[in-house]
Write a protein that binds this ligand. Structure first.
Ligand code: FAD
Length: 406
């Protein structure tokens, strides 16, 4: 149920606090870009010459730390560790949370229309609503496959796996051999053990297309070790209740399945209004190096939905790593504008690549090093622990892992 906690700046209504001189910052989307921007703004708000009134608009009740979603399938991590509620993350901060969808943004009027609540006005706006699954073009895929992008999807998959508990063999087909497809295939194989018969199908000729070769090689080894069948250069043609049909080596090939997962990529979410700012052909918003919209210097767009700059690359990748780095830069720039200081450009810094390759197994490559196996799994878990959203949450997870009671 959408709710709006305490005060926030709605149109035609004065705030319940003496908030009239506060600068109204609205952040749309509480994922890696939006939440980390809100937390950074709050942390640095003492440096602002004027009080800040920060509102985070997010329809979900939990932040989703997506890189660790797979660990729910093998119960290596508990849901609360990777999906803490915003209520847990935000109370110690002065960030107001508004649990609602943004339906319209009017850049000229500086207003936001919510699906349920009253409209909001802003002085500064941050938009980070991420991406969504690529619209299906294959007949039957929506009806017969499961997505895997959120904690809710992980719970839905868990229920399906439980319903298949009585089967001696569980045939799983994963569409897409990108990071999600490969990580899911390895985790599901470990989860199902000898009962699992896992197949990965991709229309491209290689797995993990945008990853370095040594990551691809480690992943291929992990898939082979688990006897996962991989069909490349295989164009999926139809999906129905019995399985998936794809063209392979000039012949149609039917792969029967008890469970099918769809991980064929994402596209940026559409801008919430018909009057969208300028976009790339892929649908990402064009932003200045400072992550401001070219025609609105009080509006910042970041994360998956922005074509963020990156040295030596066409643009930053659509990853948590990039969105997480951009959040504090946007916070810095908003404070700079309020204080009449100059804004700084966002410089994406690629820290490396990490993938889980099964239970207690991962590959971590960066700074010329590549670690795999248990050490890789430990390093990946540690790196992600450091990036959990708040100090309090990190401490709670660490205490739990060390066996302390809350
Ligand atoms: C299964 C999975 C695994 C991944 N693993 C990795 C990984 O290992 N490493 C990595 O770097 N990246 C990974 N990613 C990619 C990463 O999750 C994204 O790149 C990152 O979340 C993008 O951050 P963002 O802030 O742009 O969007 P998100 O984090 O997706 O946040 C967008 C938020 O906006 C909210 N929202 C959407 N529409 C509206 C609206 N109209 N009004 C208000 N709120 C709205 C959504 O509810 C969401 O909370 C993974 C993604 C998935 C799905």
């Amino acid at each position: 149920m959408p709710s709006q906690r305490s005060f926030y700046p709605s149109l035609g209504q004065s705030a319940s606090h003496d908030n009239s001189s506060a600068v109204r910052v609205c952040i749309v989307g509480g994922g890696f870009g939006g939440l980390y921007c809100a937390l950074a703004l709050h942390r640095r708000s003492q440096a602002s010459p004027r009080p800040l009134h920060i509102t985070l608009i997010e329809p979900r009740d939990r932040f989703n730390f997506t890189p660790l979603l797979y660990e729910l399938l093998t119960q290596e991590l508990a849901p609360w560790e990777i999906a803490p509620t915003y209520e847990e993350l935000l109370p110690p901060t002065a960030v107001d949370r508004c649990q609602d969808w943004v339906d319209q943004i009017d850049l000229a009027q500086r207003t936001i229309t919510l699906r349920q609540g009253k409209p909001l006005v802003y002085d500064y706006l941050v938009v980070a609503i991420g991406s969504q699954m690529r619209p299906p073009t294959v007949a039957g895929s929506r009806a017969h496959t499961l997505p895997f992008a959120t904690v809710d999807d992980a719970w839905q998959l868990e229920r399906r796996l439980e319903a298949l508990d009585d089967l001696a063999t569980v045939r799983v087909v994963v569409a897409g051999a990108g990071a999600s497809g490969v990580e899911l295939a390895c985790k599901l194989s470990d989860r199902l053990g000898h009962r699992g018969q896992i197949t990965v199908v991709d229309r491209r000729g290689e797995i993990l297309r945008s990853y370095p070769e040594r990551v691809q090689r480690s992943a291929m080894r992990a898939l082979a070790k688990r006897r996962v069948s991989v069909y490349l250069d295989a164009a999926i043609e139809t999906v129905d209740g019995s399985g998936l049909t794809f063209g392979y080596q000039g012949q149609p090939h039917h792969c029967p399945a008890d469970l099918m997962l769809w991980t064929v990529g994402t596209v940026p979410r559409p801008w919430p209004s018909s009057a969208a700012p300028k976009q790339t052909p892929l649908g990402q918003c064009l932003v200045l190096p400072t992550l401001q919209l070219p025609d609105y210097d009080n509006v910042f767009v970041l994360g998956d939905m922005a074509a963020m700059p990156a040295p030596g690359r066409e643009r930053a990748p659509t990853t948590a790593q990039a969105a997480y780095q951009a959040g504090p830069v946007v916070a810095h720039n908003i404070l700079a504008l309020i204080a009449n200081r100059s804004v700084k450009p966002f410089r994406y810094n690629h820290l490396g690549d990490m993938l889980t390759l099964g239970q207690g197994d991962a590959v971590v490559c960066g700074f010329g090093l590549c670690i795999t196996g248990r050490l890789g799994a430990f390093s990946r878990r540690w790196a992600y622990w450091l990036r959990l959203p708040t100090h309090a949450h990190r401490r709670r997870v660490l205490r739990h892992r060390l066996g302390f009671k809350d």
